[in-house]
Ligand binder design. Structure first.
Ligand SMILES: *Cc1c(COP(=O)(O)O)cnc(C)c1O
Length: 409
């Protein structure tokens, strides 16, 4: 019989998340009259901006006529979109960026999951704890996990705890890793790093030859002036960091699928024989071999997000979610609970009262308030004692959830 990639079989089932799904299903069966408010899953709910819809409509019309039809596009993305991104997301904020350092894709998750393809299979990986599970699982699939330990951590991966005690600023691993994943604004905690805090990581990475993989999926939610929206706002980041961006949370493209990855020319890794290789060239090679480009129509839609109307429209949606986050934060605090995040982020990280575990608090919120959350322990051991709530619901349901929280304790 043929053998499968045995690293895949090392990955455990997510027992927590299937148990949660079952708990909610059971609750629904027992209380068919209850109006359950879902604040667990990180998917958006507001419709696509009209400017993007018009851009896609134009793209579709072009496809319908032989003289404007578009077939395979450049694997890196159409030039019209890459230049709009370079201008709109970087030059306009005083950051240098060349169009050919931008790689458009069908979403940040694919790029994040695929990026380890171009790294050595023995490279040491560091992640924050709690963590967006893709960083860990994709490295386990690549053989970098080592052994799964009883506390749910992998022996081959370094975990940088983010806790109340350190203000959710990750503790550095004892020994410098090869690659470090950072996600800010953070999923799941909703916390951010200030310019100075992020600079500390950039300086550390440059001094120690570490590659930072920076996930900026939630950059559009940043409004605090001292919080960077891109790691390239920090001097020296071009020499140590790759950045992942997504139109999913910014513009509601979760179902349309589009993102991009920035790989600056300065990034170089060792070839293992005393030479150096540009990461940008390797990523281009990887993408041109295994990826045939993102949809032309969706790229036409995304380009329109960089027009004045497009910007205004997506900002209105972001503001809508941000006001939900404020409502949630204030409602939870008003109920006597401690919260973090939710300011430059659609996520609120709420501490369980009086020694309850994540799962017990999840259960309490479901039973008493009919609100579904995500237990923090599902994101790693340091998430224990917290739940994550999302601001992606409607104003009406968020207000209703806040009203119900008044009767929690
Ligand atoms: C939602 C999300 C993404 C974006 O994924 P897409 O594939 O672009 O939809 C990336 N990173 C984090 C942490 C996320 O929560």
């Amino acid at each position: 019989m043929y053998e499968v990639n045995h690293y895949f079989s090392q990955l455990p089932q997510s027992y927590l998340f299937s148990r949660i799904a079952k708990t909610v299903a059971d609750f629904r069966a027992q209380h068919p009259e209850a109006e359950i408010i879902r604040m667990g899953i990180g998917d958006v709910t507001r419709p696509i901006a009209p400017a993007a819809l018009e851009g896609m409509a134009e793209g579709i019309r072009a496809m319908g006529s032989a003289d404007t039809f578009v077939g395979y596009g450049p694997e890196q993305g159409h030039e019209f979109l890459r230049s709009a991104i370079a201008e709109g997301d970087f030059h306009s904020r005083g950051i240098a960026m060349a169009d050919d350092e931008i790689f458009v894709s069908d979403g940040a998750k694919s790029d994040i999951g695929n990026f380890p393809d171009i790294l050595d299979s023995h490279i040491r990986v560091a992640v924050t704890d709690p963590v967006y599970p893709v960083y860990v699982d994709s490295n386990v699939m690549g053989g970098r996990g080592g052994k799964l330990q009883p506390d749910g951590r992998w022996s081959g991966i370094d975990y940088m705890p983010c806790t109340e005690a350190n203000g959710f600023v990750p503790d550095l691993p004892a020994k410098a890793p090869g690659v470090m994943y950072l996600c800010y604004p953070n999923n799941p905690t909703g916390t951010v790093l200030t310019h100075d805090q992020l600079k500390y990581f950039v300086d550390y990475a440059r001094t120690n030859g570490v590659l930072i993989l920076f996930d900026a999926a939630y950059e559009a939610f940043v409004s605090s002036p001292d919080v960077p929206r891109s790691i390239y706002e920090i001097d020296g980041a071009r020499e140590c960091a790759v950045e992942f961006r997504s139109f999913s949370k910014t513009a509601g493209f979760t179902g349309l699928r589009l993102g991009y990855t920035v790989v600056p020319r300065e990034l170089r890794g060792s070839d293992g024989h005393g030479g150096q290789v540009a990461l940008r060239d390797l990523w281009l090679r990887r993408q041109t071999t295994k990826f045939n480009g993102a949809s032309y129509v969706i790229q036409c839609g995304a380009a329109q997000l960089y027009t004045p109307e497009g910007r205004e429209q997506i900002q209105a949606t972001i503001d809508y979610y941000k006001s939900n986050a404020t409502m949630l934060r204030e409602g939870l605090t008003g109920a006597g609970l401690t919260t973090y995040g939710g300011v430059d982020s659609p996520y609120v990280w709420c501490k369980a009262p009086a020694g309850l575990s994540s799962e017990e608090f999840f259960r309490l919120l479901l039973d008493r308030c009919h609100i579904v959350t995500t237990p923090g322990s599902g994101f790693g051991p340091s998430g224990e004692g917290f739940v994550r709530l999302t601001a992606f619901s409607t104003h009406e349901l968020t207000a209703k959830a806040v009203e119900r929280l008044k009767h929690l304790i």
